[in-house]
Ligand binder design. Structure first.
Ligand code: PEP
Ligand code: MN
Length: 270
């Protein structure tokens, strides 16, 4: 763990990150919302639904890193304005991806947590820029990142003076193709052995399949994760991105109930 000084667990207590009313690292965080902000009605409908079901943060992409340049790229500033409105109506803090270092400073006015996507994890100028802000950062694991490479990315952010990093395991690419990615759940206890940073799990991008998300969400809880990030859509079949992994509000609400029952059970046996 040479060079991973700031992120390493050695002589440090667990990092706690205050976002609105919740403390990531202490309270179990459930971030939910659409993959992409598509329009105001869709986002507000979903925001109210996830809030009612028990989510404590809202997600939604305004800048979308799409494999094809011909696919929906996100609404940009207009999307961020919609997220701000959704926050005002629901009180949920907002998480959204920043793809370009030139957008970091002004995006902080619209979002509570800056997401760095799997495809951008080794964009070092972007990491340095979010490091210069004091804004909380959700740092996804890269598709091909080893744990040490991933922790080095977090080190870039801390090294610029921003200690507020939340890691997110979102699956890695392996020889297996049935699922979109392979969820590496052992990363959760492994990261906890190595680092003081909180870590959450994204079973949606890890599996790419609605049918597998409920069980993997519970497995993430058992692995010791500090939270979950899930994609929810009011009309999943019409979603402009990631429709195969977008939950209906009803299924999402069942997952939330089961997650909290499981948390209670775990507290009892521990
Ligand atoms: C997302 O959260 O919508 C996303 C694009 O995630 P990832 O960067 O993990 O693929
Ligand atoms: Mn997505």
């Amino acid at each position: 763990m040479e060079n991973i000084k700031l992120v390493s667990l050695k002589n440090k207590s667990k990092t706690l990150i205050k976002v609105g009313k919740i403390t990531v690292g202490k309270d179990f965080v459930i971030i939910a919302g659409p993959c992409s902000v598509e329009n105001e009605k869709q986002t507000l409908t979903i925001a109210h639904a996830v809030k009612k079901a028990g989510a404590n943060m809202l997600r939604g992409g305004a800048f979308k890193p799409r494999t094809s340049p011909y696919k929906f790229q996100g609404l940009g500033l207009q999307g961020l304005k919609i997220l701000k409105k959704a926050k005002k109506e629901t009180g949920l803090p907002v998480v959204s991806e920043v793809m370009d270092s030139r957008d970091v400073a002004w995006m902080c006015e619209y979002v509570d947590v800056l997401q760095i996507g799997a495809r951008n994890i080794q964009n070092f100028s972007l990491l340095k820029e979010v490091g210069k802000s004091r804004h909380p950062v959700l740092l996804k694991r890269g598709m091909y990142s080893t744990l040490v490479e991933w922790l080095n990315c977090a080190e870039y952010i801390l090294n610029e003076g921003n200690p507020n990093v939340i890691l997110c395991e979102r699956g890695i690419r392996t020889f297996e193709t049935y699922c979109r990615n392979t969820l590496d759940l052992s990363a959760v206890p492994a990261i906890k052995e190595l680092s003081h940073l909180p870590i959450i799990v994204d079973p949606a991008h890890a599996t790419g399949k609605v049918s597998l998300i409920p069980s993997m969400s519970l497995a993430a809880v058992v692995s010791g994760a500090d939270g979950l990030i899930l994609e929810v859509h009011n009309q999943p079949e019409k979603a402009l991105s990631d429709k195969q992994q977008s939950l209906t509000p009803l299924v999402f609400s069942k997952i939330v109930d089961n997650v909290f029952s499981l948390k209670k059970f775990m507290e009892k046996i521990n």
